[in-house]
Ligand binder design. Structure first.
Ligand code: ADP
Ligand code: MG
Length: 383
């Protein structure tokens, strides 16, 4: 949607004109799943799909929030309503950012905000982070806060943890604020140091398909918290700050000291997944993106068999995509539904997409949404 249309929509809702228009993307993570809350490595790209915000500061401290994707019109929030746990609706995402900014001591006032997003929601592509990051970026500019993309991403994560109540790691928000066009971001979630690595799949005759299964199973949220606390327990038993501190060559010895299979398999996933991120980085640095294929597929097996966060629909996509010639495929995002990524050849892309669509029809499932992922730029001002 053009900024003109966003401005018009703002005017229809709030009257007058916005002071500017901002965009922040959703993301797909190439590899490094469930590693961000273990101080580990991730390798996301930003998607061309973005949340956009038209914003105007107000004289008072009131927030007036509107989204083209939400029912119910404008949500108005006074400062005393910006308390964690009080905002139930979708508005908790943008409101949480304002809360986090004020908590961090930034004297930001009220605003009229119109949001519009084409990031699919609940598909593991971080529509929530996009919404948070676009508001954080707009407020940074409008109040001249001078915050960089890492600080903005961390504030957005704080909003999701502390206000929305989702105990997510920092990957989604940092991907949305920090990623660069045509690059994958190799991020160390402990040191927050990032390397932007060129990904030119087209030059290698390749494409990355995102296949949104359009399923999200109810246990997703509870299971996420459970996996996270399991990882923290395993690290504590091993005397480590985080599972990130366990090197692959110490894995077997460490596993032998853990008390049960559940903790052993969580630990095995995190340690092998961090190693897969490093292998993927090596493939990109060497300019050999085809080598990502088996790394993705091994990552899926680990999420399915060790971390136990896959589900029938994502397993079906991976299996069918591989049978139809994909070089590699894996579920991406938290799990229990959401999206799968498949690395395919240019020539084989349609065949893989058709095979997955046919398999879903045969299984009586809603048709998946399939698109090609291009590495786009992180949050920025549009006008
Ligand atoms: P994901 O981040 O993977 O898309 P989440 O469950 O974390 O999934 O976030 C999805 C939620 O974010 C939606 O249920 C909705 O509350 C909110 N959201 C995302 N995009 C929008 C939007 N454009 N307008 C209103 N709410 C949105
Ligand atoms: Mg989310």
């Amino acid at each position: 949607m053009s900024t003109d249309r966003l401005t018009e929509a703002f005017t229809a809702v709030h009257r007058g004109r916005p002071e500017g228009v901002w965009a922040a993307p959703g993301r797909v993570n190439l590899i490094g799943e469930h590693t961000d809350y273990n101080d580990g490595f991730v390798l996301p790209i930003a998607l061309p799909h973005t949340a956009r915000a038209a914003v105007r500061r107000r004289e008072d401290d009131v927030l007036r929030l509107h989204s083209a994707q939400a029912e119910g019109g404008v949500v108005e929030l006074t400062p005393d309503q910006l308390v964690p746990g009080t905002v139930e609706s979708w508005a908790k995402y943008p409101a949480g950012v304002v809360w986090a900014l004020r908590e961090a001591g930034h004297a930001v006032g009220g605003a009229d905000i119109h949001l519009d997003s084409d990031v699919p929601t609940g598909a593991g592509l971080s529509s929530s982070a996009a919404l948070e990051c676009v508001v954080a970026t707009a407020f940074n500019d409008l109040w001249d806060l001078g915050l960089g993309p890492v600080e903005l991403g961390l504030l957005a994560q704080r909003a999701e943890n502390g206000f929305v109540g989702v105990p997510c790691g920092a990957m989604d928000q940092l991907a949305s604020t920090c990623c660069e066009a045509e690059r994958a971001m190799f991020l160390d979630t402990r040191s927050l140091s990032a390397r932007q690595l060129p990904v030119d799949l087209a030059a290698a005759g390749l494409r990355l398909l995102v296949i949104d299964t359009r399923v999200k199973h109810d246990l997703a949220d509870g299971a996420y918290a459970e996996r996270r606390s399991g990882c923290e327990k395993a690290a504590a038993l091993l005397g480590l700050t985080a599972l990130r501190d366990l090197a692959p060559d110490g894995l077997d010895a460490a596993l032998a000291t853990l008390p049960d299979d559940g903790l052993r398999s969580l630990t095995r996933h995190v340690v092998t997944e961090n190693a897969r991120v490093e292998a993927a980085v090596e493939a990109l640095v060497k300019g050999d993106p085809a080598a990502l294929g088996p790394i993705l597929t091994a990552g899926h097996a680990s999420l399915r068999d060790d971390f136990l966060v896959s589900c029938a629909e994502t397993d079906l996509v991976v299996e069918v995509a591989l049978a139809a010639g994909a070089l590699g495929a894996r579920m991406t995002g938290g799990g229990f539904g959401g999206s799968v990524i498949a690395l395919v050849t240019e020539d084989g892309a349609d065949g893989v997409a058709d095979a997955v669509t046919a398999a879903f029809a045969e299984a009586g499932l809603t048709a998946p949404r399939i698109f090609t992922a291009l590495a786009a730029q992180g949050a920025h001002r549009l006008s």
